[in-house]
Design a protein around this ligand. Structure first.
Ligand code: GRF
Length: 187
C-alpha cells in the first residue's frame, strides 16, 4: 500500500522552548530552528530532533532581513518542511517566507488586541480583566492572519507579567498542540 508522505513539521523558537517541549511530546517534529543561543536548543536535543541555528548577529536597523529569511527558507527547504510552527521565535521574517511555506503562530493575547512583542505587559497595563491566546496562520503582517483557535484567560488582581504569561502559556501548550495535530494529521 502506498500513500502520500506525511507532512513534515518544523518548530522555530528563540527562548525557553516550553511550547516546543509540548509540541515535540505529542507530534513528530522534523526540525527545530533557532535564531540565537537559547534553551530551546537543549529541548530539541532532549527530544532527539535535529536543531539548526541560523544565527542572527544584527539586531540593529541595518539588519539584512531578506538575506536572513532566505537562509531560513533554504534550511527549511533542505529538510523538506511543509508546516512551520513559530513558538516564541524572535525574528520577523520578510514577506517572501509566507509565500513559500505554511507558517502557524501562537500569540499570548486575544488578537486583534495587543499585537506585538509585549502583549502580556500591554494587556496588564491596559487593565483588561480577560486576555488569552490566539493560534493563527502567520502572514507577512505581524500577528495578523486567519485565526484558527482562541482561548480566554482571566487576569487576576495580583498578576505580574511573568505570572500571567505563565498561565497563558499553560493554555497555549494544550491549544497549540491540538491545532497543530489537526493540521498535521487531520485528527
Ligand atoms: C509564548 O507565549 C508564545 O505565544 C510567545 O512566546 C512564548 C513562548 O514561550 N510568542 P516558550 O519560550 O516556549 O516558553
Amino acid at each position: 500500500m502506498s500513500g502520500a508522505a506525511p507532512p513534515r513539521l518544523a518548530v522555530l523558537a528563540s527562548g525557553t522552548g516550553t511550547l516546543l517541549d509540548a509540541i515535540a511530546s505529542e507530534l513528530a517534529v522534523s526540525l527545530v530552528m533557532v535564531d540565537r543561543e537559547c534553551v530551546a536548543e537543549s529541548v530539541a536535543e532532549r527530544h532527539g530532533i535535529p536543531c539548526e541555528r541560523v544565527q542572527r548577529t544584527d539586531f540593529g536597523t541595518g539588519f539584512d532581513r531578506v538575506g536572513y529569511t532566505r537562509a531560513v527558507l533554504d534550511r527549511l527547504s533542505a529538510s523538506r518542511i511543509d508546516v512551520v510552527a513559530m513558538a516564541g521565535w524572535g525574528t520577523i521574517l520578510s514577506p517572501e517566507a509566507f509565500d513559500r511555506v505554511r507558517f502557524i503562530n501562537t500569540h499570548p493575547s486575544l488578537l486583534p488586541s495587543f499585537k506585538g512583542w509585549h502583549a502580556v505587559r500591554d494587556a496588564l497595563d491596559y487593565g483588561v480583566k480577560v486576555t488569552g491566546c490566539t493560534v493563527h496562520v502567520a502572514t507577512a503582517e505581524l500577528d495578523e492572519g486567519p485565526i484558527l483557535a482562541q482561548e480566554a484567560v482571566a487576569v487576576l488582581g495580583d498578576d505580574t507579567e511573568a505570572v500571567l504569561h505563565e498561565r497563558i502559556k499553560e493554555v497555549e501548550r494544550r491549544l497549540y498542540v491540538d491545532v497543530l495535530r489537526t493540521l498535521m494529521t487531520g485528527a
